[in-house]
Design a protein around this ligand. Structure first.
Ligand SMILES: N[C@@H](CCC(=O)N[C@@H](CS)C(=O)NCC(=O)O)C(=O)O
Length: 223
C-alpha cells in the first residue's frame, strides 16, 4: 500500500525533490496523473489544505501536510535513511547546517528561478525588467555561494560526505532553472557549483526522478 499521495501538476520540482526522498527511504508515494488545479479550490481539498495550493501530501493514515519543503522533510523523517538525510537527532550542528541549506533553497533559489518562468515562459504575469534583473543577479550570487561551499567543485555534497536534504532541496530549483535561466554565461560564473550539480544529476537517485537535466545556452528573454 502506498505511503501517501502528492497532489500536483506534472513536472513540479517541489514534488520531484519529495519523490527523490521517498525513493531513498523506500516509500511508495503516488502523484495522481488526473489531478486538476481546479480541485485545489473544492471544499474537500480546502478542508485538508486550507491554502488551496499544491504540492499537497495526503498520507494513507490521513495525515495531510502542505508546503513542498515540509512534505520533503516529512518523507525524509519517515524511513530508514532519516538520519542520513536530516542528520542524527543528537548532532544539532549538522541538523542546523542542513536546515540552513533547506532555507537557502526555499528563500534564495525558488524565488529567483520562478519570476522568469512565470513572466517569460508561462507569460502569466507581465514582464518586469527590474524583477527579472534582480532575480538573475540574486541567482548568480546564490550559485557563487554554492561554488564556495563545494570548494569549487571538489566536494560532492554540501554537508558532510554523503547525500542529505541540503543537496536534494538545492538541486530541485537549480535543475529546473538550468533549463531556461541558468545559461552558459551564468554557469561560467560558478563552475564549481555546476560541477557539483552535474555530479548530483548523474546519481541514480536523481536520474530516476529528474531524468536528463536540460541546460539552456541562452536564458529566456522578455516576451
Ligand atoms: N509555499 C508553497 C508554494 C506553493 C505554490 O505556490 N503553489 C502554486 C503552484 S506552483 C499553487 O498551488 N498555486 C495555486 C494558487 O495560488 O491558488 C510551497 O513551497 O509549496
Amino acid at each position: 500500500m502506498a505511503f501517501g499521495k502528492i497532489y500536483s501538476y506534472p513536472g513540479n520540482f517541489r514534488v520531484q525533490r519529495a519523490q527523490v526522498v521517498a525513493a531513498i527511504n523506500g516509500l511508495e508515494v503516488e502523484v495522481p496523473a488526473d489531478f486538476q488545479m481546479e480541485q485545489t479550490k473544492t471544499p474537500d481539498f480546502l478542508s485538508k489544505f486550507p491554502m488551496g495550493k499544491i504540492p499537497a501530501f495526503e498520507g494513507a493514515d490521513g495525515f495531510c501536510i502542505a508546503e513542498g519543503a515540509a512534505i520533503a522533510m516529512y518523507l525524509a523523517g519517515s524511513g530508514p535513511k532519516a538520519q542520513q538525510l536530516l542528520g542524527a537527532p543528537t548532532d544539532i550542528q549538522k541538523r542546523a547546517r542542513i536546515t540552513e541549506w533547506i532555507c537557502f533553497a526555499e528563500t534564495e533559489l525558488n524565488p529567483q528561478v520562478l519570476p522568469a518562468f512565470v513572466m517569460c515562459v508561462l507569460k502569466y504575469m507581465p514582464f518586469n525588467e527590474q524583477t527579472y534583473n534582480n532575480a538573475n543577479n540574486n541567482l548568480e550570487r546564490a550559485l557563487k555561494r554554492i561554488d564556495k561551499a563545494v570548494d569549487g567543485g571538489s566536494k560532492k555534497f554540501l554537508v558532510g560526505d554523503e547525500l542529505t536534504m541540503a543537496d536534494i532541496m538545492v538541486a530541485g530549483p537549480l535543475f529546473f532553472g538550468q533549463g531556461f535561466l541558468i545559461d552558459s554565461k551564468m554557469r561560467e560564473a560558478a563552475p564549481g557549483a555546476i560541477k557539483y550539480l552535474d555530479n548530483l544529476a548523474a546519481m541514480p537517485e536523481f536520474k530516476s526522478v529528474f531524468g536528463e537535466v536540460k541546460k539552456c545556452d541562452t536564458r529566456v528573454a522578455a516576451p
